[in-house]
Each structure stands twice: as structure tokens, then as C-alpha cells.
Write a protein that binds this ligand. Sequence first.
Ligand SMILES: Cc1cc2nc3c(=O)[nH]c(=O)nc-3n(C[C@H](O)[C@H](O)[C@H](O)COP(=O)(O)OP(=O)(O)OC[C@H]3O[C@@H](n4cnc5c(N)ncnc54)[C@H](O)[C@@H]3O)c2cc1C
Length: 509
Amino acid sequence: MNGNVVIIGCGIAGLSAALHLARQNECTIHLVSDMMSERSQSCLAEGGINAAIGPGDSPELHFEETLETGCGLADADALMAMVSAAPDIIRELDEWGVPFVKRANHSVSVRRMGGQTCARTAYTANGIGRQIMDVLIQQARRYEAEGRILRYTNWTFRALAKHDGRVCGAWLGHLDTQEMRFIPGQVIMACGGLNGFFGNATGSTANTGIAAALLFADGVPFSNLEFIQFHPTTLRLKGKNLLISESARSEGGRLFVLQGGKPYYFMEDKYPELGNLMSRDVVSREECLLIKQGAQVYLDLRGLPEKTYETTLADIVSDCILFAGIDPEKEPIPVEPGIHYFMGGIQVDRFHRSPVKGLYAAGECACQYHGANRLGGNSLLGAIHGGKTAAEAVLCSEFSIPGGFSEEKPPVPLRYFRMEPLQAIMRAGMGLERSKAQLENALNAVEKVSVPDEIRLFSRAILLSAWNRTESRGSHFRSDYPECNPAMRKSSVVQFCDGEIRFSWEAKP
Ligand SMILES: Cc1cc2nc3c(=O)[nH]c(=O)nc-3n(C[C@H](O)[C@H](O)[C@H](O)COP(=O)(O)OP(=O)(O)OC[C@H]3O[C@@H](n4cnc5c(N)ncnc54)[C@H](O)[C@@H]3O)c2cc1C
């Protein structure tokens, strides 16, 4: 393949795709993002990255536990490819210099995270996301110096350009100068999650979700938008929730509420086998029940081995001290469930191709690995593997800019708007527990808020996806339909077509 590839987003998924393409030396890569790689959400990842490299583990077990956590909605073929590739991905990252914590025999050490029966999560002493990103950024620089990767930092995605229904390039807008630029080529979306639609999330506020909304308004189908993971241990700050990573619980952290002045360790009491390490939706809902009764939930990190505070929990300790004035070595941390991860996204197949020819998606903006819920440690893996797979699919496609194609006039930029009122509506409609009445209130409110049409449309698509799923499954809990309905083991698909939002179900084998 000779030509251009445009990648929107330079977090782990975008960099992984760019590096894979650059190594093949068959195309010019245009790496676009509204912020530099060092500021992407990927740099925030703390817990680790999954691969079946520990004792007693296997890709098959990794597959089964991921599928089970996702309540049968993950794409099984895509998932099998991801878990099979995982050990090699860790080996590669290790060779490139990611400073994984090691065992005495120099092999990469793994620890257990929630929902896993085996230790499966490779980790670094601090900031796994930052450590992986540093290595990928360094590799990308070599190709940037050679002119194989061209960076467009401070540029935001504005629109796809299409010819005969096929994507032929992307329009970008410069954030400072407002200049519009067209780049021809196939397009890989790697623009992260939908934090901007909700606010108070643990992730980056730079991930506005606007790129996704523009794609949706342009007819690109999305899948499983109702599935939003709440992380059970977040600390409320102003405008944002600080993540207290699951590693805190895998290192021995315990959740409790005060009952009669004494700590009651509710997870250990109710779930003796996995206790504090039950999957995130289970822990979050248990917390919700207690919060509704007026209790404050605490995470207790006191009394752990001294070295843990200086090594594996060093980031958590310093974040709590710096941002909330709480020293976890001495006092328990008040926590609550907070929005953390979007399982749904652009509909793609196992090769990361969207149904729109020439358009691909990888990382948190895509949909296929997690189903109804996500195992901690699987998203960094999905972003790296997904970026590579999308790049491979691009290389395998026979793409050429069609004769007679000429770039049309630039799209009109979205007018300026404030997101906060919309975020409050979306949080109220799409909380940890949803109901028909709650979702309909939010749908009505969305009609009245002052936002561009594309933003309103996509908000409606998210709310309708939750409204249509009249069951509880994984991270989606409907208080009016509290049971899982086996007949609904299907992925939702939502698309804007002929001026209306259309909804369908995709059955799972
Ligand atoms: C606090 C925290 C801790 C986490 N810990 C872990 C962990 O331990 N293990 C794990 O597996 N997962 C973890 N996750 C999840 C994981 O970090 C993310 O899912 C993953 O990094 C997403 O990578 P990505 O490349 O898809 O997106 P991101 O890293 O979010 O990158 C998105 C890119 O798109 C760009 N962008 C966005 N919108 C536009 C636009 N309109 N135009 C142009 N560019 C745009 C952004 O600037 C950025 O470059 C954590 C998440 C959080 C928030």
C-alpha cells in the first residue's frame, strides 16, 4: 500500500497503529491530536496490563474470564486474537524498555486484579500508562525524524471526507488559528472515550467525545453505548473524580462502612471468595446500596507492608496527599463509584474495520473487546493490540483515492457551547442505576439544552441505547428490569440514517 493514513488520536492506540504502519514503510502517517501524546489519558493508567504469563494461567482462561465479565457480549473472535497476542505484547514492551516489576528469575511479575482468578496483570513501580507511553513516544520520534510519521498536534478532527460512501480523508481544524486542512487517506479513529459527555469522570477532560458525535451524525454506526463502567474507588474532587486504582485493593486495600462506630468490611462479608476484588460493577453496586442508606464508603490502605507505600502504591499515596490532603497510610480514603471506562463505541469487526469502508477504530473509542463490562488491565492491552490490528487491516486494504475525487469545501465548525448542563443531564440519566423514567427525563431535558445538533443527536443515541436495553447486564443496571434476560444477549447497534436514529440488535453466537 502506498499513500496516506490519517490517525486521529495519539494515545496508546494511535501510537500503536502509527508504529506498526511506520515499520512497514509503505505509507505516510498523519498523526493528529488536539493534545500531545504526553497529555493523553493513556498516561494516567496506573494498574497494569493483562497477559496470561503467570503460573496456572492461559490465554483460554484469560478469554473465558473476559467473556464472562462482559456477560457474553464481547466479540469472541476479536477477543481470542487479543488474549493470544498478549504474552508477545508484554515481551515486546519489556524488550523496548518498559520497566516492568520483575521476579527473581527476571521474568515479568504479574498481580491479580478484580474479576480475575489468576495473577495476570503486568505492572510497573509507578504509572504503567506513562511508562508504556514514554517508550512508544520515543520509538515514534525516530520515524518522525525520518518523515514517516507527521505530527499534527493542536489539530482537532472536524469531519470525514467520503466518495461513493468510502472514506477518502479527514478534515482537521487548528485549535488556535482555526485553519482548516484536508488530508486524504484512510482514517483510523483512536480518539478515546466519551468523558466530555458526562464530566466528573476519572479520565482526561480532553476526551470530549465530540469526534464520536460528528461521526455519528455522519452515519457511522456505534455499538453498546449503554455500557459505561463505574470504578468503585474514586475520590471526588472539583469537576473530576480521582481514580484510586484497583491495585490498591490487590495490594490489600479493604472497603468498609462504619456500623455502630466500627468498620464493617461489606465485600469480604458478602463475597468471601473474591471479596474486595469482585468485578467493578458488583463492587460499585454494593457501594451504591450503602450510599443510598446514607453511609460513607471508605477504602482502608492502612497497615500494609511499609515498602508497598513507596513502591506499588507510591502514585496513589502522593495523589491523595497532593489533591485531597489525605494520607492513606494514616487515614481511610472516602470513595464512591465514578465513571471510568466506555465499553461501547464505534462499531468495528475483529480487524477493527467499521462498516464504513476506509474507516477503522481502535482503543477506547471502539467497541469489541469488553462487551457489557471490562476487566481491569484489558484496555491498555486492547488499545495496543487494536492499534496494530487496525494498522494491519489498513495495509491489507486496496485503497486508492478514486479518480475524480476532489476535496469539497470545509465543514462548518461546531459553534462554541458549554458542556456542563448537558453533562449533568447525562449523569442523571445514565447513572449506575437507570430506569425508564430517569432515561425519559434525560431524553426530554436533552431536547431543551443549548448544544449543537450533532451533540444532541449523539446524547440521544447514548440514552436510547440504555432505554432500549430492558434488562440488567454487566455495567448496565436497570432498577425497573433488575434481572438479566438471556434473550437479550445481543449487542446494541445505533445509527443515524435518513434523518432518524435507528436501533438494531446484533445476536452473539
Ligand atoms: C485514571 C485511569 C487509570 C487507568 N488505568 C488503567 C490500567 O491500569 N490498565 C488498563 O488497561 N486501563 C486503564 N485505564 C484505561 C486506559 O488508560 C484507556 O482506556 C486507554 O489508555 C485508552 O487509550 P486510547 O489510545 O484509546 O485513548 P487515549 O489515551 O484517551 O487517547 C485519545 C487521544 O485522542 C485525542 N483526541 C480526542 N478527541 C479528539 C479530537 N476531537 N480530535 C483530535 N484528537 C482527539 C486525545 O488528545 C488523545 O491523543 C485507566 C483509565 C484511567 C482514566
